[in-house]
Design a protein around this ligand. Structure first.
Ligand code: GAR
Length: 198
């Protein structure tokens, strides 16, 4: 049986699409569900085009553990990937999926993280601080925003002439290149495969 991922996303979903495509040929892993808290998020259109089942669970419903866990069970979800998901992850979900929820943050944590630090806000803060580098951080999700154990970081240069859009572009490139492989590595650690194939 393939291990089944649910991707949670609030916005455009370019990472979600990239992850779906990466695993589309895998023998052992599949993206089985995309969940958004926003009914108008473009990620839902991507899900439709990619033919991946999608659900909208609005913010008010996320606190209903029975409802959310029943939906995840209905789709037999083994692993949860956050890709631009902006709601706080409730404790019941962390307890239901120990070591099996990961997030990507578009900067080098612990700097430029925390509540309100998402998307372009992060890149603007990096440029304003005249940082010489930025990057991505993939980490386990715990009860606090952007504070779980770090799994991996990848860096890019920030040049003095870079705008926040330049930085966003460089960081997105890193996300597309590394996030799917990191997801695969973490899942292989959780469910080692006899022949190591994916
Ligand atoms: C990504 O850059 C992701 O790292 C970031 O939101 C963007 C979503 O883009 N996540 C956060 O800022 C979380 N704090 P996408 O919807 O095109 O994948």
């Amino acid at each position: 049986m393939k291990k089944r991922i649910a991707i949670l996303a609030s916005g455009s979903g370019s990472n979600a699409e990239n992850i779906v495509r990466y695993f589309s040929g895998s023998e052992n892993i599949e993206v089985a569900l995309i969940i958004s808290n926003k009914s108008n998020a473009y990620v839902l259109e991507r899900a439709r085009l990619l033919k991946v089942p999608a659900l909208v669970i609005p913010k008010e419903e996320f606190s209903d553990s029975d409802l959310v866990l029943a939906k995840l069970r209905a789709y037999q979800i083994d692993f949860i990937v956050l890709a631009g998901f902006l709601l706080h992850i409730p404790d019941y979900l962390i307890q239901a999926y120990p070591g099996a929820i990961i997030n990507i943050h578009p900067a080098l944590l612990p700097r430029f993280g925390g509540k309100g630090m998402y998307g372009d806000h992060v890149h603007k803060a990096v440029v304003a601080a005249r940082e010489k580098e930025s990057g991505i951080t993939v980490h386990y999700v715990n009860e606090l925003y952007d504070a779980g154990t770090i799994i991996r970081q990848e860096k890019c240069r920030v040049d003095p002439s870079d705008t926040y859009m330049d930085v966003a572009h460089k960081v997105h490139e890193l996300e597309y290149r590394f996030y799917p492989r990191i997801i695969e590595d973490v899942m292989k650690q959780l469910w080692p495969l006899e022949n190591g194939k994916s």
